[in-house]
Design a binder for this molecule. Structure first.
Ligand SMILES: Nc1ncnc2c1ncn2[C@@H]1O[C@H](COP(=O)(O)OP(=O)(O)OP(=O)(O)O)[C@@H](O)[C@H]1O
Length: 637
């Protein structure tokens, strides 16, 4: 029947060639995934047609029972996966089966290390999709006809996966797509139908489209394949519509692997039927590993939207806030119209209710994990903590819940590992302590060694040590936790309140009084380089530190904005001096005002270096330092 016409040869996009090469060499121990990928594509194609046919009823024509069929031909050494779904036009075929259209593909290739084990994980996360056919096949033929097109408008794509593919127009009797795999010698195991059946069983049980295989032939050798009847391998009942108590952990895990295209099992999941003002079912998973493009702003949100069991769209970003973008799974609404579009979703009461409900669900699932299994929670935190930190800014309504999930490095544990929760902090803090103390710096070491921490260490007060890029942003949106305020140790006045006894306070007053004159000299020498010079209450071992005034922009925030190319108003710091420190005492003994000025500037620059990690005019600092060092060596020689 097939009428062949002229064949054209096209080259694959370079990335496709790379991906094919990598896949064949890295995924040979995980061969069976090709079937999961191709059956899931076929089922998606059927889902898409079902959706489109809602508005274009003639699309289904006389072929309304949607199916996916898988069969093997031992003699020919082929497996065929067919569907009567939406099909592809010639343009679709060229775009989908000749290029990789995912955003961030270049970054993905940049991450590959050449280590096969690691790379195979990455490829798994990237999503191998259609190209996985080449793990088992040395030649693949795709025959397709888009729904609604005439029989003569079919397309055949054929490739050996070696850099090019052939394209030709064909006549195809049935709508949809056939994928014919010519198996490699080392993949012949898949010609065994019982093997195929068990793999399909594992991955397609949840699909709402029936996946069919030829009925086992009866004993008569003559059983004619063309006459064979088909039978469904799966129940065709979508997993999430079943009762929780009937679904095994294994089924949940297998379902996850196929919706999330992940090789790994999920870390945890939650399956809920919500009834009441809005009715929907959600099945949400937290993966174990981060997707390769977690940090890509355009990366897909992993929530599929169904309406009354009909698949509507992938990547329904309205259903999950961005700080939970690592969550995978689906939501099935009973209230939305079947013809719902992304625009409708955007400002919709039903969507909002689903989003609020699912957000709460994910947060409480994480809180429960944190309570029940700390080790597993910390594993989650290591992978996704930095994303969750976007939460308080994006979702202030759930701010306290999110804050309860945060984990920090702290002076208490003295380790860069982020393991301390705010609840643990509050439990440990003395009654008289009125704030949660924290510091944000460029690195864990810079935070840990910042001189502003000295008094806290001396008094045994815990300080949270933050050093990720997002942290300043996070802290600017966290004002308090369980009614205890956050207080940066490098910002504003330090008032330890009841943590200081009256003797401490008197002593401070006396020191301030005695240091009045030197303070004035410092203030004069530094002029408008500083906002103010004052006696410190925070230092015990260092001579000086700089502090940001309460209402000024913090150093880290200024750096963040500078890095983003924004103009940042110049911040003047408050210089705090430690009159107990030998260096400060010696400098105040210098009577020559010019020399005193040199020293005062050096102390300011040093303190600025410790806090900011850089100076506006480093050359000037070096000249001054050299000059003073020279004088010192001259006086000692
Ligand atoms: N059986 C099919 N029928 C119709 N279109 C298909 C079929 N198989 C693949 N396609 C089209 O080819 C595209 C690419 O498929 P591929 O499996 O490589 O990626 P994907 O399914 O988009 O992504 P992923 O598999 O990572 O989720 C699909 O998005 C779909 O548009």
């Amino acid at each position: 029947m097939t009428e062949t016409r002229q064949t054209e040869t096209h080259g694959f996009q370079t990335e496709v060639k790379q991906l094919l090469h990598l896949m064949i060499h890295s995924l040979y121990s995980n061969k069976e995934i090709f079937l999961r990928e191709l059956v899931s594509n076929a089922s998606d194609a059927a889902d898409k047609l079902r959706f489109k046919a809602l508005s274009e009823t003639n699309l289904l024509a006389d072929d309304a029972e949607l199916y996916v069929r898988v069969s093997a031909d031992k003699d020919a050494g082929t497996i065929t996966i067919s569907d009567n779904g939406i099909g592809m036009t010639r343009e679709d075929v060229m775009a989908n089966l000749g290029t990789i259209a995912k955003s961030g593909t270049a970054e993905f290739f940049g991450q590959l290390s050449g280590d096969q084990a690691k790379d195979s994980q990455l490829i798994g996360q990237f999503g191998v999709g259609f190209y996985s056919a080449f793990i088992v096949a040395d030649s693949v033929t795709v025959r397709t006809r888009v729904a609604g097109a005439a029989k003569e408008d079919g397309v055949e794509w054929q490739s050996r996966g070696e850099g090019e593919y052939d394209l030709k127009a064909i006549t195809k009797e049935r709508r949809g797509t056939d994928i014919i795999l010519h198996l490699r010698d080392d993949a012949e195991e898949f010609l065994d139908e019982s093997r195929l059946r068990s793999i399909i069983n594992k991955y397609s049980e949840h699909l709402s489209i029936p996946v069919q295989m030829p009925k086992a032939a009866d004993d008569s050798e003559e059983a004619d394949k063309t006459e064979s009847k088909w039978e469904a391998v799966n129940s065709g009942k979508a997993l999430w519509t079943r009762d929780k108590s009937e679904i095994s952990d294994e089924e949940y895990k297998d379902f996850y692997k196929s919706v999330a295209h992940d090789f790994d099992e999920p870390l945890l999941w939650s399956h809920n039927k919500v009834e009441g003002t809005s009715e929907y079912t959600s099945l949400l998973y937290v993966p174990k590993r981060a997707p390769w493009d977690l940090w890509n702003r355009d990366s897909q949100h992993g929530i599929k939207l169904y309406v009354k069991r009909v698949f509507i769209m992938d990547d329904a970003e309205q259903l999950m806030p961005s700080y939970l973008r690592f969550v995978r799974g689906l939501m099935d609404s009973n209230d939305l119209p079947l013809n719902v579009s992304r625009e409708i979703l955007q400002d919709n009461k039903v969507t909002r209710a689903m989003r609020n409900g699912s957000t709460k669900k994910v947060l409480s699932m994480l809180s429960k994990l944190a309570k029940d299994d700390e080790e597993k929670y910390l594993e989650f935190w290591k992978t996704f903590g930095a994303v969750l930190k976007e939460g308080p800014a994006e979702d202030s309504a759930n701010g306290e819940k999110i804050a309860g999930l945060l984990r920090f490095a702290s002076t208490h544990t003295d380790s860069a590992e982020q393991t301390v929760s705010l609840d643990q902090y509050l439990e440990r803090k003395p009654e008289a302590q009125k704030s949660i103390y924290y510091i944000v710096a460029d690195s864990y070491e810079a935070a840990r060694d910042n001189p502003a921490l000295e008094i806290f260490r001396k008094k045994g007060l815990e300080v949270l040590l933050l050093s990720e890029r997002i942290d300043e942003w996070l802290m600017s949106h966290l004002t308090d936790y369980k009614d205890v305020e956050f207080q940066s140790v490098t910002r504003g006045d330090l008032d330890l309140g009841d943590l200081e006894d009256s003797a401490d306070k008197e002593q401070q007053k006396a020191t301030e009084e005695a240091f009045k004159e030197p303070l004035e000299r410092f203030t004069k020498a530094l002029g408008d380089k500083v906002k103010k010079v004052r006696v410190t209450h925070r230092l015990t071992d260092s001579p000086a530190c700089i502090i940001t005034d309460e209402n000024d922009m913090s150093t880290q925030m200024a750096k963040l904005m500078e890095a983003a190319g924004q103009k940042v108003p110049e911040t003047k710091y408050i210089l705090e001096l430690n009159p107990e420190h030998k260096l400060v005492q010696r400098v105040t003994e210098v009577t020559d005002e010019d020399k005193f000025g040199q020293w005062a500037n050096l102390i300011l620059d040093q303190a600025t270096l410790a806090e900011r990690g850089s100076l506006k005019d480093p050359a000037h600092f070096v000249t001054r330092l050299n000059k003073l060092m020279l004088e010192l060596t001259e006086s000692t020689s």
